[in-house]
Design a protein around this ligand. Structure first.
Ligand code: BG6
Length: 480
C-alpha cells in the first residue's frame, strides 16, 4: 500500500532536525514503503520547491555524512507542502483535497504526525475527524502524538478521551523517543534472548536497580516550557518510567504490541504509591545553581532540575528491591545507564575486597557509550588470594557489523507505517505513569515538601542525593 506521512508543525525544529532526516535515511536504506509521500503542514506559506530547498540544507546538516545529493533529489520529489492553520476547518478541507490529488492509488495509508504545540493536539484531532480525514475505508489512518501527553493525570485522561472520539486506540501512536533507541530495544534481547540473566533477574539476587539519565546541558532558552514542567514531567513520567518498565517487566508470550504493552502496564500497576512521610524519605530534589538566572525563569522559581526517587514494585519478582531513578540537568556528563546491582556473596572468603561496591553489577549503557558491561571480581595474579574488579565490556559500535546506531525516529516512523505499536505508549500506560508521578509533584508543592537542594553544575546533582544513598548503605554508580 502507498503511504502518506502528513506532518503538522512542518516549520518546527523537530521536523527539520529529526523527522525529515530520519525519513530521508530510511529512503536511502530502501526501507520506506514504495510510493511514500511526505506532506508538511504549517501556517507559513511555502511553495513545494521552497520547502524542499530549506529541508535540503537542514537535512545535509543533520544527516551528516549519510547525505548525498542524488538520493536527496529522488527523495524530495515526493515531499510536498500545504499551508494550513489547525484552527481553520476550511484548511483541513483544502488539505483533504490536496491529499486526494496526489494519492493516485486506490488505497493509500496515512500517518498524521502531530509535531505541533501540545495545546493544539485536541484541536487538530477534532478537525481531522470533522473533515473526514480519519475515515479509514480506503487505507489506514493513524496518528502520531509527540510528548508531552498531558501535564497530569487529568489532562492526559481528557486528551485520551477526546482522541478516542475520532481515532480508535489501535490508530494512535504516542511517541516516547527513548523506545526508539537501539540500546533500549536491546534490553528485550538481553533479557529474553539469553537464558543466563533471567534466572537471577529478581529479588533473590538483585540488591537494587539504578536508572540514571544525566545531562550535562542546562535548560538554555527553554524556560517557558521547562519552568512549568520540571524534571518529573519532562523525564520521569515518560522516558525513565519506560526504562523501568522494560527492565522490570515479565517476558511476554510473544513479541507483539498488545502483549508487550500488557506486561509493561503490569509493572506500573505494581509500583507502590507514595503517601505521607514517603515523599520526604523516598525523594530528593535539586536545582542547579544559575537556574534562576536563566532567561525567562521567574525570580523565585522552585522548579526542580534534578530528582532522585526510590520506587518499589510490589510483585513476586521485585518485592523489596528498590528502584532508584535519577535524572538531572547540569550534571557531570551526558549518560543514560541502567545498573543492576547484584547482592553480595552470602559469605566472604577472600577478605573485605570482595565487598567492592564496583563488582557484581551489570551496567546497561543506553547512551552515549552504547554497550553493556559486566563488573565482577577476579583474582589478582601473583597475589595470595586478593581480588579486584574486572569488566567484560560489550560495545555496540565495536561489534562486528553493528556499528551504525540509527536515530530513534527512524525506527519509530517506520513502525508507525507498518502498524507495529510495540514501541509506543498505550493510553493506560500513559495514565498509570501520571498516576505515579502526580502525587510526587503535588507533595513537592505542599508546605511539607522536602528541601530543594541547590547544586553546582558539573557534579552528580546535590550532595544530599549521595548522602541519602549512603544512609541506605548504598552508593550511586557515578561513572561517565
Ligand atoms: C526530551 C526532554 O524529551 O528528552 C529534554 O524534553 C531532554 O529535556 C531530552 O533533554 C533527552 O533526550 P536524549 O535523547 O538526548 O536523551
Amino acid at each position: 500500500m502507498a503511504h502518506t506521512i502528513v506532518i503538522f508543525g512542518a516549520s518546527g525544529d523537530l521536523t527539520s532536525r529529526k523527522l525529515i532526516p530520519a525519513l530521508f535515511l530510511l529512503f536511502k536504506k530502501d526501507r520506506l514503503p514504495e510510493g511514500s509521500r511526505i506532506v508538511g503542514v504549517s501556517r507559513s506559506h511555502f511553495e513545494h520547491e521552497e520547502w524542499r530547498d530549506a529541508l535540503r540544507t537542514t537535512t545535509e546538516k543533520f544527516a551528516g555524512k549519510s547525505f548525498d545529493a542524488e538520493t536527496w533529489n529522488r527523495f524530495s520529489e515526493n515531499v510536498f507542502y500545504q499551508a494550513g492553520d489547525i484552527k481553520e476547518s476550511s484548511d483541513f478541507k483544502k488539505l483533504g483535497e490536496f491529499l486526494s490529488s496526489i494519492e493516485t492509488e486506490a488505497h493509500t495509508g496515512r500517518v498524521y504526525y502531530l509535531s505541533t504545540m501540545p495545546q493544539l493536539y485536541e484541536e487538530a484531532i477534532k478537525q481531522l475527524g470533522a473533515a473526514g480525514l480519519a475515515e479509514d475505508s480506503e487505507g489506514f489512518r493513524r496518528v502520531i502524538i509527540e510528548k508531552p501527553f498531558g501535564t497530569d493525570l487529568k489532562t492526559a485522561q481528557n486528551l485520551n478521551r477526546s482522541i478516542h472520539t475520532v481515532f480508535r486506540e489501535d490508530q494512535i501512536y504516542r511517541i516516547d523517543h527513548y523506545l526508539g533507541k537501539e540500546t533500549v530495544q536491546n534490553i528485550f534481547a538481553l533479557r529474553f534472548a539469553n537464558s543466563i540473566f533471567e534466572p537471577i533477574w529478581n529479588r533473590n539476587y538483585v540488591d537494587n536497580i539504578q536508572i540514571t539519565v544525566a545531562e550535562e546541558v542546562v535548560i538554555g532558552r527553554r524556560a517557558g516550557y521547562y519552568d512549568t514542567s520540571g524534571i518529573l514531567r519532562d523525564m520521569f513520567q515518560n522516558h525513565i518510567l519506560q526504562l523501568m518498565m522494560i527492565t522490570a517487566m515479565e517476558p511476554p508470550a510473544r513479541y507483539d504490541s498488545a502483549l508487550v504493552r500488557d506486561e509493561k502496564v503490569k509493572v506500573l500497576h505494581s509500583v507502590r504509591r507514595m503517601s505521607g512521610s514517603d515523599f520526604a524519605m523516598n525523594t530528593v530534589r535539586g536545582q542547579y545553581k544559575g537556574y534562576l538566572q536563566e532567561e525567562g525563569v521567574p525570580q523565585h522559581s522552585q522548579t526542580e532540575t534534578f530528582a532522585a526517587l526510590k520506587l518499589y514494585c510490589d510483585n513476586w519478582r521485585w518485592k523489596g528491591v528498590p528502584f532508584y531513578l535519577r535524572s538531572g540537568k547540569g550534571m557531570s556528563c551526558r549518560t543514560t545507564q541502567i545498573v543492576i546491582q547484584f547482592k553480595n556473596v552470602p559469605h566472604i572468603l577472600f577478605g573485605e575486597k570482595t565487598r567492592s561496591p564496583l563488582g557484581n553489577r551489570l551496567v546497561i549503557q543506553v547512551q552515549p557509550a552504547e554497550g553493556i558491561q559486566l563488573h565482577f571480581e577476579t583474582k589478582v595474579p601473583d597475589s595470595e588470594m586478593k581480588t579486584r574488579t574486572s569488566t567484560l565490556d560489550f560495545s555496540f559500535r565495536q561489534a562486528p557489523g553493528g556499528t551504525s546506531m540509527p536515530d530513534a525516529y527512524q525506527r519509530l516512523l517506520l513502525d508507525s507505517m507498518t502498524g507495529d505499536a510495540s514501541l509506543f505508549a498505550r493510553s493506560d500506560e500513559v495514565e498509570l505513569a501520571w498516576g505515579i508521578i502526580d502525587p510526587i509533584i503535588e507533595a513537592w508543592k505542599s508546605p511539607a515538601a522536602p528541601d530543594l537542594f541547590p547544586y553546582e553544575p558539573g557534579l552528580w546533582g546535590p550532595s544530599e542525593a549521595g548522602e541519602w544513598m549512603r544512609r541506605q548503605k548504598r552508593e550511586w554508580f557515578d561513572v561517565c
